[in-house]
Design a protein around this ligand. Structure first.
Ligand SMILES: C[S@@+](CC[C@H](N)C(=O)[O-])C[C@H]1O[C@@H](n2cnc3c(N)ncnc32)[C@H](O)[C@@H]1O
Length: 370
């Protein structure tokens, strides 16, 4: 962790996962939203100085690089506003000069705004202004990445998530929560962080995994007391020690799907773990698709359904998997077991066995046939 007075510090290895997932996700997010919308907004609420002493770049540069070098021309030509909030003057100044130096000819469709203030104050100002104008925030991705847990009130997260097509990527320092859970002076911070006092019940939970699971469920359900329909998280480790977690909330199953895909693609080589719905650690290097098959059978057996509909379910926060995984690892397995029937009227749409066009109707048997 950076000393409070240092302008730059070294990026810890366990934080690398946060950046790799961010980069992979926004690479997918920019083109999805640029298809449908005018201006996009990337908010970095705790922007930092833009680089680290050990050579890594920070989140503001990761976002700018992703937009500038995007393989889709539509993204490179998209109007994107980057809003970097940082309350430490030296760090913000460092970020400003780094951006000037690195991008001397930033295209005019990319607009960079800086705010030397606290995240909650800057966001309150922006959201008040938008409300006064009777406008909605442009579709936005807000990265909320503090050092501790005191400056990220759920009330602000909710105000962001009340806008259409808004998403948040929040780092939550579980170590702090756990350490200070019993101290009365920390209670107001936790009330703010969780947006209520439901977390108090965690004090009575002895088992440390159960306690964490409980707190995470509270946090996710609070995130969803907004327009967000999906909330997931992954955990960052230093050796065996869990340090913090990243929560992602969005209004779109497709956003959730892309985020899970980013985690699946990056996690096996990184120092972090994707914990799924039951808070069980998922082995992403040699995955077990049994739970995916079970979830699909439970949700859809006994009726006609299209792969398009199954993709929405798999991609949402109701499973731990993403939508590129279910055809090969679930539908094909079910068909080999003779538990999957293609609708006779759609059979002609199929060129080969074990292929599943998004619009064909299929039915899955609840139980294996005798
Ligand atoms: C974990 S670092 C951010 C790292 C950056 N997001 C990245 O990934 O490269 C947190 C930053 O937030 C700044 N900060 C701390 N409290 C803040 C607040 N209330 N509002 C805005 N910035 C704050 C710190 O000065 C620090 O630079």
């Amino acid at each position: 962790m950076a000393k409070r007075q240092e302008t730059l510090w070294e990026l810890n290895e366990h934080s690398l996962g946060k950046h790799l997932v961010l980069k992979s996700y926004i690479n997918a997010w920019f083109p999805i939203l640029s298809k449908y919308n005018g201006r996009l907004l990337f908010i970095d609420g705790f922007a930092g100085p833009g680089e680290y002493n050990n050579g890594y770049i920070g989140s503001p540069l990761i976002a700018l690089d992703a937009a500038l070098n995007h393989q889709h021309q539509a993204v490179r030509e998209q109007e994107i506003v980057f809003f970097f909030i940082e309350n430490d003057k030296k760090r913000l100044d460092h970020l400003k000069s780094l951006i000037e130096e690195r991008y001397p000819n930033l295209p005019s469709n990319f607009k960079v705004h800086f705010s030397e203030s606290k995240f909650d104050a800057a966001m309150t100002h922006l959201l008040d202004y938008i409300e006064e104008q009777n406008k909605k925030l442009a579709p936005c991705f807000a990265m909320i990445d503090p050092f501790g847990v005191s400056d990220t009130p759920m009330s602000i997260v909710h105000r962001i998530l009340k806008n259409p097509k808004a998403e948040v990527y929040v780092s939550v320092m579980y170590e702090y929560i756990n350490r200070f859970l019993g101290s009365p002076e920390f209670e107001p911070h936790l009330n703010e962080l969780f947006g209520g006092n439901e977390w108090v019940q965690a004090k009575a939970i002895e088992d440390k995994h159960e306690k964490k699971e409980f707190l995470y469920q509270v946090y996710k359900s609070k995130l969803k007391e907004s327009r967000a329909t999906n909330a997931i998280h992954f955990e960052l480790f230093k050796g065996n020690r869990h340090v913090y977690s990243i929560f992602f909330a969005t209004q779109s199953w497709m956003g959730t799907d892309k985020m899970k895909s980013a985690i699946w693609n990056i996690a096996p080589g990184g120092d972090f773990v994707f914990r799924g719905m039951a808070n069980n650690e998922l082995d992403l290097a040699s995955p077990d698709y049994g739970p995916l098959i079970d979830a699909i059978v439970e949700q859809f057996s006994g009726r006609w359904v299209t792969p398009r509909r199954i993709a929405e379910f798999v991609g949402s926060d109701r499973t731990d998997y993403h939508s590129s995984q279910f055809k090969k690892n679930a539908l094909k397995v079910l068909e080999k077991d003779e538990r999957l029937t293609i609708h006779p009227e759609d059979a002609h749409k199929r060129k080969k066995r074990f292929t599943y066009r998004d619009d064909i109707r299929l039915m899955i048997d609840a139980e294996p046939r005798d």
